[in-house]
Write a protein that binds this ligand. Structure first.
Ligand SMILES: Nc1ncnc2c1ncn2[C@@H]1O[C@H](COP(=O)(O)OP(=O)(O)O)[C@@H](O)[C@H]1O
Ligand SMILES: N[C@@H](CCC(=O)OP(=O)(O)O)C(=O)O
Length: 374
């Protein structure tokens, strides 16, 4: 028995993502019977002490059916309208089914900005964690009605992975219409074989994973990528068939089903992985040689004394790139002072901060807990 599968038995928090193709019965409208069965399993897992965040696709596919459209439109505004219609059906189905188990659900609609903006990220994280702590099952989808093409996640595999990072889940379970990841797309390669387990970062998987079906967005390619993202906060990813009887309960029992994609590294602090991946840098701090060594060789925090110059426009809490004097980026981190204050205190020992600024802030310009070497 693989160690990663075995860990599913004792894990505490799962993000379970159900894909469009599954949910909407291949375009025939919401498969209410199947939703009922997944909810029964989720409710049982919850009863056994597992915390669940559900990421559910299907709003666009269901909206298209409800609106009586024959084809999936290309226009973003039509897709957005369909999403708004279909989302009503989705949440109604989950709410009604979880009610049978006396469980409350909560609707969470997220956008890319909620991951790239620190305040919104922390807000989303606090809300999700609060919901879990009071026993509510959050039902997450992308906020399709407000996002434009350029900034959409588009597929919910990526969203699921980022939610797994956000709540520091132990596992990301991607339920889809195939038994897992095959060596090639089984729709066009009947001789393809199922991969039972691989490393989440294994590059050879990229060539095997193809695009999606008629309804799904992204196919296996986005699932393999999602596993890599989820691995950054230490989560294992399982790709499995939502059509398999009691799939979630059986995965919990570590039955060998689907594909398990295992993180190579041990979990890094959630904050650090977020810094590494989700934020746009707002400015640059250029360090002197001593400060570079303190960061790189001794794992120290960045003090204002070691900073030679400040560029960009950032507020307290935002992400900055930290470079050496040649302009080479050596780290990224969340800065404790906005650009104006930072400019005033650089070059000064930390004991002078109060005199220079007139208030006591942190001793560090960037604390080591909020800093990732690149
Ligand atoms: N190597 C592969 N193994 C399994 N399925 C694959 C592979 N490459 C592409 N696919 C396709 O990915 C589809 C699942 O992804 P997708 O359609 O996006 O569904 P979902 O809505 O569940 O995310 C499958 O129906 C399958 O045809
Ligand atoms: N937010 C979209 C999800 C897009 C989608 O289909 O994603 P996926 O299930 O990963 O193929 C919706 O609810 O329709």
């Amino acid at each position: 028995m693989s160690a990663a599968r075995n860990k599913l038995k004792t894990s505490r928090r799962w993000v379970v993502k159900i894909g469009s193709a599954l949910l909407t019965n291949d375009g025939e409208g919401l498969d209410l019977a199947a939703i009922g069965r997944w909810v029964d399993q989720l409710a049982q897992l919850r009863q056994d002490g597992l915390e669940i965040v559900l990421v559910s696709s299907g709003s666009i596919a269901e909206g298209i059916v409800r609106l009586g459209w024959r084809e999936r439109p290309y226009e973003v505004y039509k897709l957005q309208a369909a999403a708004a219609v279909g989302q009503m059906g989705l949440v109604q189905a989950y709410e009604t089914n979880f009610r049978r188990h006396n469980a409350l659900t909560a609707q969470i609609l997220l956008t890319h900005e909620d991951h790239s903006n620190r305040k919104r990220y922390l807000n989303a994280q606090a809300t999700l964690k609060t919901l879990l702590s009071v026993g509510v099952v959050p039902v997450v989808n992308e906020n399709d009605t407000v996002v434009t093409k350029e900034i959409r996640f588009g597929d919910n595999d990526t969203l699921g992975a980022l939610v797994a990072n956000l709540v520091e889940a132990d596992a990301l379970i991607l339920l889809t219409d195939q038994n897992g990841l095959y060596t090639a797309d089984p729709r066009s390669n009947p001789s393809a074989t199922l991969i039972s387990e691989a490393k989440a970062g294994d590059r050879s998987l990229d060539a095997m994973a193809g695009g999606g079906g008629r309804l799904g967005q992204g196919g296996m390619a986005t699932k393999v990528r999602a596993a890599k993202l989820a691995a950054r906060s230490g989560a294992v990813t399982v790709i499995a068939s939502g059509r398999e009887d009691n799939i979630l309960l059986r995965l919990r029992e570590a039955e060998v089903l689907g594909t398990v994609l295992v993180p190579e590294k041990s979990p890094v602090a959630a904050r650090k992985q977020w810094i590494a991946g989700h934020l746009q840098a707002r400015g640059t701090l250029t360090l002197d040689e001593g400060a570079v060594r303190a960061l790189v060789e001794r794992g120290k925090s960045l003090l204002p004394a070691g900073v030679k110059s400040v560029a960009g426009s950032f507020s307290r809490g935002e992400m900055v790139v930290i470079s050496d004097e040649s302009g080479r980026a050596i780290a990224r981190g969340l800065v404790n002072y906005g650009v104006e204050d930072a400019r005033k205190i650089i070059g000064h020992p930390s004991s002078h901060i109060e005199t220079v600024l007139g208030f006591v802030g942190e001793q560090e310009l960037v604390h080591r807990d909020n800093l990732v070497l690149v």
